[in-house]
Design a protein around this ligand. Sequence first.
Ligand SMILES: NC(=O)c1ccc[n+]([C@@H]2O[C@H](COP(=O)([O-])OP(=O)(O)OC[C@H]3O[C@@H](n4cnc5c(N)ncnc54)[C@H](OP(=O)(O)O)[C@@H]3O)[C@@H](O)[C@H]2O)c1
Length: 257
Amino acid sequence: MAEWTLITGASKGLGAEFAQLAARHGRKMILTARSADLLEAQADTLRANGAEVVVIPADLSDLAEADRLWAEATKDRQVDFLINNAGLGSHGPFADPDSWDRELSSINVNMRTLTRLMKLAIPPMQTQQRGRILNVASTIGFLPGPNMAVYAATKAYVLHLSEAVAHELRGTPVTVTAFCPGATQTNFFDDGDMHGTRLLTMTPIADAAKVAAAGWQAAIGGRAVAVPGAMNAVFANLPRLFPRAITTRVSGLFLGK
Ligand SMILES: NC(=O)c1ccc[n+]([C@@H]2O[C@H](COP(=O)([O-])OP(=O)(O)OC[C@H]3O[C@@H](n4cnc5c(N)ncnc54)[C@H](OP(=O)(O)O)[C@@H]3O)[C@@H](O)[C@H]2O)c1
């Protein structure tokens, strides 16, 4: 059976860039997100260029949908590259009661579904003796994130989970990569109400295609953790260089408006 790449959050942003990379590398792919229309439009363009693409729309804030997605994706197909890219965040004080719905959705998509898909993907990859998992975390996963407290915590989870499982799988042909980009030009800031934060006004915003290419390379190379860009490496290392209270203050400053 031919092998496939499954890309979550493929309707836009980094996920759409991962789909283009998959096509460029001659990979067959399964694209998922909620926006069926965007996925189909993207699939049509990729197919016109010769790629084999299957679209399976799913709301990944619902754990049952993650199971349905995996069952459909792997019916008559083997997935040997899982790109856990779907994710969302929200900006504002944790105490705001109105932020709960979006925070809960970010917990469900960023952590629960990502974990479930890893859990479903790894055993068959072990059987096939071949597999790559790319988990899109974030530079903020290295730090507490005042004003994006829940989002930052979900990405710390992704980082730690990925590193731990990568360690368990060391020496095998199945690898897990925690990819930790910093601010990148996608729809993420619009949807997460992040415009005006110092992060966006004071630091450079990376190009999504370049960031996705760095993630792809890191996963193919089997790296456990990858942080693209010098500035992001500085942020990621703050907890090693300064006391936690100072790290949190710096992070809060950049995430503040
Ligand atoms: N942009 C940045 O600065 C940045 C930095 C570090 C890490 N990241 C991470 O990069 C990943 C991709 O984000 P992005 O920057 O490309 O943002 P984006 O343009 O907003 O894309 C997010 C993707 O996630 C999907 N998604 C959101 N909620 C979903 C749900 N309930 N079910 C299924 N799919 C869902 C969206 O599709 P639908 O809306 O169609 O469902 C979309 O395809 C995320 O994990 C994000 O945390 C981004």
